[in-house]
Design a protein around this ligand. Structure first.
Ligand SMILES: Nc1ncnc2c1ncn2[C@@H]1O[C@H](COP(=O)(O)OP(=O)(O)O)[C@@H](O)[C@H]1O
Ligand SMILES: [Mg+2]
Length: 464
């Protein structure tokens, strides 16, 4: 036997137990988790700190004339330059070299777009469609499987909507806080997450419930400090600005997970509490649905109370999944869980509603779509086509390609829209961007379609 052949044995043969013991180290105790957590925390702070400005905040990159006229304001470059020249009051952009390309902040792009919309050709779609007087559309991204692209999809959609000029609010319901990191949010504890809104909704319910108890001569349920405090908190005070001029954030942090334990306790205390209405009703009561155009909810990889709240609040539900057997299978189970969860809420409510002759509760969404993420056309075309056949219209026909841009940009948790295209080969950039532009186009069509439906319904009501 030649020595190479012996060396070519698979790596799991010939492991020497004594050498393995020497490499193993002491047994692990609980404290060790804390040490690992601290090491990760130090790394996270280091990574998050790169690319921050002097004030320690993240900064959005600038946009070039090429990019603006290609992707954001559909006019010829020459015309764009002419208009700027003729209107010295408009932002003129900065160039890095004498006579070099002009770069603009997103704020400036938004001002330029407003100018073109006011002064330019009325036939051109400078401003995105937004019916007046109707509330923001809420879109939740969910799947109980982790790593399927929920957060990436949600973040890119939020950025796309912002680039289009919509006023965007992002709500992070995942206590892992990935979305919060992407938007540079700072969250000290659960009091700066959606938690107080849920608590306030319960406290408001409890107050009314206690009044009924008192009227009946029963003892009221004590209102603890948490609930008392929550009654004073409005959504506005939870919303943070981000480095995007038109994206705001309600962030998340590990303590938000506490809500998963607290909510069932409240529900046991006062059975009539409609927890699924908590998010929508508090946001509506605080005027948030009028302050924004589109609200994106990122959810944790679980069908817990926070996800149920997010899904019940959403007008549109987007379920990302990869074109692999395991992800497809798991997504099927997720829909099974959605069915039994919402069905059992409806049944519980409607038994009482029927007895009292009240209107029944029926959850309804403008649209529910699955979307294939991280798609690899060379490997997954066959399964994707089968999935399309099985799921039909529910599966959005656009497939979001796997793109190395996301991985490469990973060090600073940036999205494609935040990356400077000069850092990449043009073609890689264009392809990566295109797949997320198409994801947005598919979702935007759902948003516009459902706004139009609401508009028609409102028109019909007014006519009757
Ligand atoms: N289109 C894509 N191309 C390449 N990588 C992607 C794509 N979408 C997501 N990813 C990567 O997949 C991983 C999981 O994505 P993430 O959005 O965090 O999933 P989830 O929120 O469902 O757990 C991340 O590392 C992300 O960078
Ligand atoms: Mg996520």
């Amino acid at each position: 036997m030649k020595p190479e052949a012996a060396a070519a044995l698979p790596p799991y043969f010939g492991i020497d137990p004594d050498a393995a013991l020497a490499a193993l180290g002491a047994p692990t105790v609980t404290e060790e988790f804390q040490r690992i957590a601290k090491a990760c925390e130090a790394g996270r702070i280091d990574l998050a700190g790169r690319g921050l400005d002097e004030t320690g905040r993240r900064q959005l990159r600038m946009f070039s004339t090429w990019e603006i006229t290609r992707y954001l304001i559909p006019v010829a470059q020459a015309h764009f330059r002419r208009v700027l020249k003729q209107n010295p009051d408009l932002p003129q952009g900065l160039s890095e070299t004498e006579g070099g390309a002009k770069w603009f902040t997103l704020d400036e792009v938004l001002r330029l777009r407003a100018f073109f919309a006011a002064e330019g050709s009325k036939a051109k779609p400078y401003l995105p469609y937004r019916p007046k007087g109707l509330p923001a559309k809420m879109l939740a991204v969910a799947n109980f499987k982790g790593g399927v692209g929920k957060t990436s999809t949600c973040a890119h959609l939020a950025m796309s909507a912002a680039l289009d000029g919509y006023r965007v609010l992002v709500i992070d319901l995942d206590s892992q806080g990935s979305m919060t990191s992407i938007f540079g949010g700072r969250v000290a504890d659960e009091w700066q997450t959606v938690f107080p809104l849920l608590a306030r909704h319960y406290a408001t319910h409890l107050r009314a419930d206690n009044q009924r108890r008192l009227d009946r001569g029963d003892a009221p349920i004590p209102m603890d400090d948490t609930l008392g405090e929550a009654l004073t908190i409005k959504a506005d005070s939870l919303i943070q600005k981000t480095h995007w001029p038109n994206i705001d954030l309600i962030g998340a942090q590990l303590n938000l997970y506490w809500a998963e334990f607290q909510i069932p306790v409240w529900r046991m205390q006062s059975r009539g509490w409609k927890l699924w209405d908590a998010l929508t009703e508090t946001l509506a009561a605080d005027g948030i649905l009028d302050q924004y155009d589109v609200i994106f909810l990122d959810t944790p990889p679980a069908l817990g109370y926070l996800t149920i709240n997010g899904l019940a609040a959403a007008d549109i539900l987007l379920v990302p999944m990869g074109a692999s057997f395991l992800e497809f299978d798991s997504t099927g189970r997720f829909f099974d869980m959605l069915h039994s969860t919402f069905r059992s809420i409806e049944e519980g409510e409607n038994m009482a509603a029927r007895a009292l002759g009240r209107r029944e509760l029926n959850f309804e969404w403008d649209a529910v779509r699955t979307i294939i993420t991280r798609y690899d056309g060379a490997q997954q075309a066959e399964l994707a086509a089968l999935m399309q056949g099985w799921m039909g219209k529910t599966l959005s026909p656009h497939r979001q390609d796997f793109t190395a841009l996301i991985g490469q940009a990973g060090e600073q948790v940036r999205g494609i829209y935040e990356a400077d295209y000069r850092d990449f080969n043009r073609e890689t950039y264009a392809r990566g961007r295109e797949t997320f532009d198409e994801t947005w186009a598919a979702v935007k069509a759902l948003i516009l379609g459902s706004w139009r439906r609401d508009e028609r319904a409102a028109g019909q009501e007014a006519a009757e």
